[in-house]
Design a protein around this ligand. Structure first.
Ligand code: NDP
Length: 448
């Protein structure tokens, strides 16, 4: 008789949980997963994937506008939000089915209900059933954090934004981080009037300042309005169903949708962590060691619930490393150095490594190279928007410490360049690489 019902019980079937379950099963473990929402988690169901599809969908506005310069006449051009929304949601269904098949193909049992921790080796399902497992992995992710103000119940978050009945004419977005800047770009491109309201005057905190300034300048040029130093204090519902948003002491502004994007909190509330002696950190996160082990020997946690680096590919690596460590042939840690990231704003931002400020603090003597250019496609279409690429170089060793880019396709370009940064290549290596002409990417090897 086995001592436990399962070798591994995973709570949460998002990116990290599904990867961990699949890899543990492929190492021979008997695995089950519980998911209270939909299989796939935030990234697949209400995050990266549907967001990126909306970015693609909204980008046609610019392409169609530019088409006339290339001789195309597009007659009767119009946009239908329900068509885009429903096609995106169907793709989400397809991906959910693909994730479910992955679990089935690896004989991972799945329970579609909430599970909580009932002890170091025990979980309790919402149905009341208790299940034992030698190891438990918590991969419950994070949930939008809502500030408190009168009328917050009238606002939506990134959970609901994919399901809007119609395209809002006026959108007010609170926050100026990833989600705010990405949806500001989407709604602006689709023709909504967008107002971004933030508590500080910083957008995309943590990204290189020159890039942030460029994004601000370009998006203001595209018609996005910013109200800084004035978080929302009240939202009032009007008789016609629209809203009146009060940003700090400024005049109220009307809106059809108010989107709150003020960060996400780890999903640990009511999870029963105390039954296994696990205390959460200040943000509600689960503290873990470098192998993702919690304070309890048999319980691990990966992904956003640990509040380390809230990015899907990182959660996937953490889940994979956990499964290899516990069920495979050796211990594996995740290396958090040189993790590339992108903001799918319009234009997008992409970055890897240290910003100029971080590099200066850490290395002192650094060199900065930059290219401020007007992409050929913008020039041709008489768009004045400029791209900006920046290399941060350690003056002592000539090593590239960071690459920061804003401009069309910058995330696509950066992924390859991130390999060079991670490999420790030097500015001389970049200089020695022949440009690929004509491209925007060639700017990376032409900075002198
Ligand atoms: P972010 O942490 O990116 O930004 C939060 C924003 O809300 C900031 O502008 C911040 O202002 C403001 N804010 C924070 N707390 C409050 C508060 N209590 N009241 C008013 N304003 C507040 O959060 P997002 O919600 O945009 O995204 C959540 C996470 O999701 C990201 O951190 C990221 O990890 C992930 N994500 C990643 C994406 C990607 O990789 N492309 C895309 C979307 C999400 P200030 O800066 O002034 O403090």
């Amino acid at each position: 008789m086995a001592e436990y019902d399962y070798d591994l019980f995973v709570i949460g079937a998002g990116s990290g949980g599904v990867r961990a379950a699949r890899i543990a099963a492929s190492h021979g473990a008997k695995v089950a997963v519980a998911e209270e929402h939909r299989i796939g988690g935030t990234c697949v169901i209400r995050g990266c994937v549907p967001k990126k599809l909306l970015v693609y969908g909204s980008h046609f506005a610019e392409e169609l506008q530019d088409a006339s310069h290339y001789g195309w006449t597009v007659e009767g051009m119009s946009f239908d939000w329900p068509t885009l929304r429903d096609t995106v949601l169907r793709d989400v269904d397809r991906l959910e089915a693909a994730y479910t098949s992955t679990l089935d193909n690896h004989d991972v049992e799945h329970f579609h209900e909430r599970a909580t921790i009932a002890g170091p080796h025990s979980v309790k399902l919402a149905s009341g059933r208790e299940i034992s497992a030698e190891y438990i992995l918590i991969a419950t992710g994070a949930w939008p954090a809502l500030p408190q103000f009168d009328g917050v119940e009238h606002c939506i978050t990134s959970n609901e934004v994919f399901h809007l009945a119609e395209l809002p004419r006026r959108v007010v977005i609170q926050g100026a981080g990833y989600i705010a800047m990405e949806f500001a770009g989407i709604f602006n491109a689709l023709g909504s009037h967008v107002t971004v309201v933030n508590r500080s005057d910083v957008i995309l905190r943590g990204y290189d300042e020159a890039l942030r300034d460029r994004l601000l300048q370009i998006t203001m040029g595209r018609g996005i309005e910013y109200k800084f130093h004035c978080p929302i204090t009240k939202v009032e519902k009007q008789e016609d169903g629209s809203f009146l948003v009060h940003p700090g002491k400024l005049d109220p502004c009307p809106a059809d949708v108010v989107l709150i994007a003020t960060g996400r909190s780890p999903n640990t509330s009511g999870l029963g962590l105390e039954s296994a002696g696990i205390a959460t950190g200040p943000a509600g996160e689960i503290p873990v060691d470098e192998y993702s082990k919690t304070a309890c020997e048999s319980i691990y946690a990966v992904g956003d619930v640990t509040d380390r680096m809230a990015l899907t590919p990182v959660a996937i690596r953490e889940g994979h490393a956990f499964a290899d460590t516990v069920f495979g042939e050796g211990s594996r840690k995740v290396d958090y150095d040189c993790v590339p990231s992108a903001v799918f704003s319009q234009p997008p931002i992409a970055a890897v490594g240290l910003t100029e400020g971080q590099a200066r603090n850490r290395y002192g003597n650094i060199r900065i190279y930059s290219s401020d250019f007007r992409p050929m496609k913008n020039l041709f279409a008489q768009r004045h928007e400029r791209g900006l690429y920046k290399l941060v170089v350690d003056a002592g060793t000539d090593r590239i410490l960071g690459i920061h880019m804003i401009g069309p396709e910058s995330p696509e370009i950066l992924q390859g360049a991130a390999i060079a940064v991670r490999a420790g290549l030097t500015k001389a290596d970049f200089d020695a690489t022949v440009a690929l002409h004509p491209s925007m990417a060639e700017e990376l090897v032409l900075m002198r």
